[in-house]
Design a protein around this ligand. Structure first.
Ligand SMILES: Cc1ncc(COP(=O)(O)O)c(C=O)c1O
Length: 381
């Protein structure tokens, strides 16, 4: 690397997580449109078949979003008013919102300080006679500790929005709990723009989600419904993109892994910048690369780092602010157990650019910028 690179600001803005799409997706979308299937059709069916095979689950059900995947799974499990569902505060609000949508009450369990995944010890303390399900998140693609959650004997719905490629103790995420919910949102490993998939080995859950997803006319001229369902199906145009992305999921992960290695080596030398821990027993999807900024040692807090990196033309993000501190949750569910680990993490986490659409030079630019910012904040430059 030429020495002047270390001292020069990147000339164009480096997006935090652009989608990695190419001509294959463009051709597939054109074919879907020409086929006349704008709504759910053969491509959505093929996606369900191939995704079920990919994760090794009996059923895969394509839906409109990861949010819909979780919502319909909870409804299919019979969760409703008067029930409690335990989840993590370190997640995208959708994870908790779907509990609210069923009429149940979200109860937040604190997270582990190392992986920031839900802490099963805290979950066990919060179980009451009203608890009807646990909703863990595989944060950043690192599987949550599922064994102690299963041991509680309650239905488990996994938020696997980050975890398309993940394995828990050698077993692929997707066929392990009562339902597993994936997202096909624009930033995700299988990015259709919007979309979601529920996988399950339970016939009753699959039938329930299917009935809630879309109402269709049968072959006769009349129709009937068994439940008043939603409209949460995935169109073939989006399924066409998802199918291309599924073909690329492992090479894309390999590209992100190389970027993770570059970051790990670089941040090891930066005092106060610590990557979130990885459990070597599991396969981590590396959907995001997240560091914690310890303001005392790093010379400034996370928000100051974000601003300084933006001035260096490096896009970053925050995954996540604790859900219980957001206005809706403070107003609706003010009574929560103490959540000190989540609250500290929420102030420290910083997501750095990571995408198979980025080159290694792009990631090197992000690293050089982070080094410069660190040197200026710590006075070591
Ligand atoms: C952890 C997590 N859960 C759920 C979701 C919701 O997925 P979707 O946007 O597909 O509804 C997201 C992100 O979008 C997420 O990051």
């Amino acid at each position: 690397m030429p020495p002047q690179k270390l001292s020069s600001r990147r000339s164009s803005f480096l997006g935090f997580q652009p989608p990695a799409v190419g001509d294959e997706e463009v051709v597939a979308v054109a074919e879907a449109i020409r086929s006349g299937w704008l709504t759910t059709g053969p491509r959505a069916e093929e996606l369900e078949r191939r995704f079920a095979e990919y994760v090794g689950a009996k059923h895969a059900l394509a839906v409109a979003s990861g949010t819909a995947a979780m919502h319909l799974s909870l409804v299919a499990l019979g969760i409703g008013p008067g029930d409690e569902v335990i989840t993590t505060p370190i997640t995208w609000p959708a994870t908790a919102n779907v509990i609210v949508h069923t009429g149940a009450t979200p109860v937040f369990a604190d997270v582990r300080d190392d992986t920031l995944n839900i802490d099963p010890v805290r979950v066990a303390e919060l179980v009451t006679s009203r608890t009807k399900a646990i909703l863990p998140v595989h944060l950043y693609g690192q599987p949550a500790d599922l064994d102690p959650l299963w041991a509680l004997g309650l239905p488990v719905v996994e938020d696997a929005a980050h975890a398309a490629e993940s394995e828990y103790r050698g077993r692929k995420i997707g066929a392990l709990s009562d339902a597993t919910c994936f997202s096909l949102y624009a930033t995700k490993s299988i990015a259709a723009g919007e979309g979601g998939i529920v996988t399950t080995n339970r016939d009753d859950v699959a039938e329930g989600v299917r009935a809630l997803t879309i109402m269709r006319r049968g072959h006769g001229s009349l129709y009937d419904i068994s439940v008043p369902g939603y409209k949460a199906n995935l169109s073939d145009v989006l399924a066409a993109i998802a199918l291309c992305q599924l073909d690329k999921v492992e090479p894309h992960r390999a590209a992100r892994m190389r970027q993770v290695e570059l970051y790990d080596a670089a941040v090891a030398e930066l005092d106060g910048i610590e990557p979130v821990a990885v459990d070597p027993r599991d396969t981590h999807a590396h959907h995001l690369y997240v560091v914690r900024v310890d303001a005392d040692r790093a010379g400034a807090d996370r928000d100051a780092y974000r601003t300084a990196l933006a001035e260096e033309n490096i896009g970053t993000s925050v995954h996540f602010l604790p859900v219980h501190l957001l206005t809706a949750y403070r107003e609706l569910f003010p009574e929560q157990p103490p959540l000190p680990v989540a609250e500290r993490a929420g102030a420290e986490v910083l997501s750095l650019p990571l995408s198979p659409a980025h080159s290694e030079e792009d990631i090197q630019d992000a690293i050089d910028a982070l080094r410069r910012v660190h040197a200026s904040f710590t006075g070591s430059g």
